[in-house]
Write a protein that binds this ligand. Structure first.
Ligand code: ZN
Length: 291
C-alpha cells in the first residue's frame, strides 16, 4: 500500500494511493472504514491487524470512491515523527567527497519535527542561511516497537519507506563540530509523498535513488552501496534506544551534494528539487526565500 496523510476540512485523514485507469487516486480510509485511525502513528501502533483492515478496505473500495490526487493536499505521511534519526556519510563516494573515509560506526544525528514538510510544500530558506544544500535519501519508517533488535530480524520492524530530503545549511552545519543547527531550520525535512509499505519493496538494498533539480541530475546512487545496511542501522541504534512506530530513519545521501561541486551548487529560490526512489516515489518541493 501507498499510505498518505492528507488534509480535509475535518482535519488530517489517513488515505491510500491507488492507480485507477492510469490516474493516481486517493482513497479516504477513515471515511471508508471508521475503525481506522486518522493519525499515521496511531495507525502504525495498531500493527498487522490495522494494516490488514486497511488493505481489505482499499480492495473493497469502488473506483468512484477515489479522489483525484491533484484535488487534495497531501501532507507529510508522518507529520510529527517521534524521532527523525539521520545517518551521515553512509555512502563511500559521499564520504570521500566530504573529505572523509568510511566511518567505523554509523554517524548518527537528528532533525526535529519543526523541519517536516510534505510533498509540494516549499522549502523556505532562512535569511541567515548562505549555503543551503540538498540530500536525497531513502527514509525508513519503523512499524513495531523494539529494543535490542537482532540484525537478522530488523526488517520485520519496518513499516515502509519513503523519499526524504535532508536539506542542510552547510554554513551552519560546519560552524562547530555539532551539525544540529545546520540540519534543523524549519521546512528542512521534506518527506513523502507516500509511505510505501515494506511488502511492496522486495529488497531495500537494491534501489536506485536520484536527486534532480530542473533537468539536472545531481545525485545518483544505489542502496546496495550503503556502508551500513538498513538492518544494521536498526540493530545498532536499538541497542541504546527504543524505536517506536512512526520513527523515521534517513539512511544517508549518495555523492553529488551541492557543497562538493565546483562551483558549489547551493539551493536557490525557484529551484524545484525532486528526490526519486525506484519503486517508492518522487518527492518534489519548490525552494523559496524567507520574506
Ligand atoms: Zn543526510
Amino acid at each position: 500500500m501507498r499510505l498518505v496523510t492528507f488534509a480535509q476540512s475535518e482535519g488530517r485523514r489517513l488515505g491510500a494511493l491507488k492507480m485507477v485507469d492510469g490516474q493516481s487516486q486517493v482513497y479516504d480510509l477513515n471515511q471508508l472504514e471508521p475503525r481506522l485511525p486518522s493519525d499515521m502513528i496511531d495507525f502504525l501502533e495498531g500493527g498487522q491487524p490495522l494494516l490488514a483492515l486497511a488493505e481489505q478496505t482499499l480492495a473493497a473500495a469502488s473506483p468512484a470512491q477515489g479522489i483525484a490526487v491533484d484535488s487534495v493536499k497531501l501532507a507529510a505521511p508522518i507529520p510529527r515523527p517521534g524521532k527523525i534519526i539521520c545517518i551521515g556519510q553512509n555512502y563511500l563516494a559521499h564520504a570521500e567527497e566530504s573529505n572523509a573515509s568510511a566511518p567505523p560506526f554509523p554517524i548518527v544525528f537528528a532533525k526535529f519535527a519543526n523541519t517536516v514538510i510534505g510533498p509540494g510544500d516549499p522549502i523556505v530558506l532562512p535569511q541567515a542561511v548562505e549555503k543551503p544544500d540538498y540530500e536525497g535519501e531513502l527514509a525508513v519508517v519503523i512499524g513495531r516497537r523494539g529494543r535490542n533488535i537482532p540484525e537478522s530480524e530488523a526488517l520485520d520492524f519496518v513499516a515502509g519507506y519513503m523519499p526524504l530530503n535532508d536539506v542542510s545549511a552547510r554554513d551552519w552545519q560546519n560552524r562547530t563540530s555539532q551539525w544540529v543547527l545546520g540540519k534543523t531550520p524549519d521546512t528542512f525535512c521534506p518527506m513523502g509523498p507516500a509511505l510505501v509499505t515494506a511488502d511492496e519493496i522486495p529488497d531495500v538494498q537494491n534501489l536506485w535513488l536520484r536527486t534532480v533539480i530542473g533537468d539536472e541530475v545531481l545525485q545518483e546512487g544505489h542502496t546496495s552501496l550503503m556502508i551500513f545496511s538498513v538492518a544494521h542501522l536498526i540493530a545498532d541504534m536499538s541497542r541504546v534506544m527504543t524505536l517506536n512506530p512512526g520513527d523515521v530513519i534517513a539512511t544517508g545521501t549518495p555523492a553529488g551534494i551541492g557543497a562538493a561541486r565546483t562551483p558549489p551548487r547551493w539551493l536557490r529560490p525557484g529551484d524545484v528539487v525532486r528526490v526519486e526512489i525506484e519503486g517508492i516515489g518522487v518527492l518534489e518541493n519548490v525552494v523559496l526565500a524567507e520574506q
